[in-house]
Write a protein that binds this ligand. Sequence first.
Ligand code: K7E
Ligand code: CUA
Length: 665
Amino acid sequence: MMITKRWLCVAAATLLTAGCGQGGGGESAAPGGGAGGDAQRIAAERNLTPDDVSAALKTYMPTGRHDDYIMFASGGHSGQVFVIGMPSMRLLRNLAVFTPEPWQGYGYGAGNEILEAGFVGDHPITWGDTHHPALSETAGDYDGEWLFINDKANARMAVIDLRDFETKQIVKNPIAINDHGGAMVTPDTEYVIEGGQYGSPLGWKYAPIADYNKSYRGMVTFWKFDRAAGRIDESKSFALELPPYWQDLFDAGKLASEGWIFGNCFNTELATGGIEDGNAPFEAGASQRDADYLHIIDLKKIESLFQAGRTTKINGFPVIALDTLIEEGALFFAPEPKSPHGVDVAPGGEFIVVSGKLDPHVTIYSIDRIKQAIADKNWEPDAYGVPVLDQDAVVEAQVEVGLGPLHTQFDNKGYAYTSLFLDTAVARWTLGGAYADKNPDTPWTLVTKIPVHYNVGHIVASEGDTVSPDGNWLVSLNKWSVDRFFPAGPLLAQNFQLIDIQEPGDKMQLCYDMPIGVGEPHYAQICKADKLSPWTVYPEIGWDPHTQKVAADAAQAGKEGVVRNGKNVDVYMTAIRSHFTPEHVAINQGDHVRWHITNLERAEDATHGFALPAHNVNLSLEPGEAITFEFDADQAGTFTYYCSEFCSALHLEMMGYLLVQPKPL
Ligand code: K7E
Ligand code: CUA
């Protein structure tokens, strides 16, 4: 206790010095002595340990100071993406992606066509299960321009523009009904990878489950990203037919392994379940064998097969057949410990780390060994004829890390970090040999473990998936929070735990618990904040965020009004503090209405909303933005539209009347 108190004096003094030094303009802190005593008193009263105080200092951001890192976290079955400042762990935005979201006006008059492009056949889909966000990369480093994320439930991919942090595109996978191994990007973002998951007939056609081995398949899709257009180019995208093992995560090779794509799978048992008929349940049936298969794909080869037209079309989408992949030496397997989950390529690309949920080791493959085994034809075919490379020939090392290893991340010190679901801990271990120019005698070995709370899925390191992770922070994305927070009902928040990984050896410090009460995040990526240069207002008045240029049909100041052309009515409206122009919109029942609104504001944060009752319309018009929405005026009546953002002192007066005159009987 004595030691604790003494230490606290030092900590409090340090805190004070830092506070005074960085005060700058604005209000200055209370007189030094008084505040110092206060800090000590607070720490003592709240029973804070020295570790608590240092954790608090590391994450505290005084008002007005911005975070060093931005984390993009999937929102799981909320269908969204969370943007979080680090190390403060402040939630900055919840980006609407697959799920309509009224605060952003997404799916309520704007963005509807993006969501509609993601419908499955005639079925409207208004949610998603986002798993893996991927930042665009240039030469293997995050470039801060684009973000991609998959929807596991419906096999879709979304593109988000990081100039305005808005979703621009959703594409539905034409051959798969669900996915999992996406989004992952190649080092220059030529392709966004989307791997499948549960085997099913390609094109989600009907086939009896008794025909599983013959008619069901796995897949991986390579979506071509057109950076200039800011869109996935479906006409230059293609997929591979894979055996109906359940493909799981994928990762793109980089540096030493650039040009290779790695994926893994489980259920090489080809279990088809049917517990109700006395069959083994999937959980047992898919866990019989000791090994599943690491998928190793030659990207240059599949690209040239696609360009040479060596594809068949399924639902109009080009697919390279499994036989073609085998014939052309474009696909190889390597045994991996049973029921693997994560596959992660080390920053230098030399090693590929796989961990099996049911095996306490991480298994490390070397790209040099893989290439050698391919050159030596050191393989045996699997049941579908895919060459399975000799395990001993391709495995570099195995490290026993603990129970339930899932996902691996890397730092700048030659350490790797693996989440341990069953141990509910994060393991730090060394990449052996001369990795990262370290001592060639470095062993492949476990260094330490830090407990997390609880049941960690993914972990994510700052700049962790790049060729140059910076080794400052790690976030543990925990599935359960149990006793960490006040339970707001039986649906508990997930828990993001911030871990300081700057110190080597067995020092890792748990710094912060962040409850996530808006979705189950799976994966995240953490980017240096200074790599991002988002707009705070749209570049010009009348801006269409969908095309990222001024809209030809944007309403203009001084030219507002209602233009009638038979039954077609165009409403041209502007918004500026604190009025809409016009304030009366008089139309007839039976008109088809195209309503154009432009926010004329140039001031940062001067967003206006537009809420139209009885029409399911709510827009968010950021400064400069222009939006057009359409509807059929089938309901006569008086509808009060208003600004749904508290924009000014006279915000409540920012309203108007839509008068829909009934049809004469
Ligand atoms: Cu492990 Cu979808 Cu990456 Cu969740 S996945 S944890
Ligand atoms: Cu504009 Cu409130």
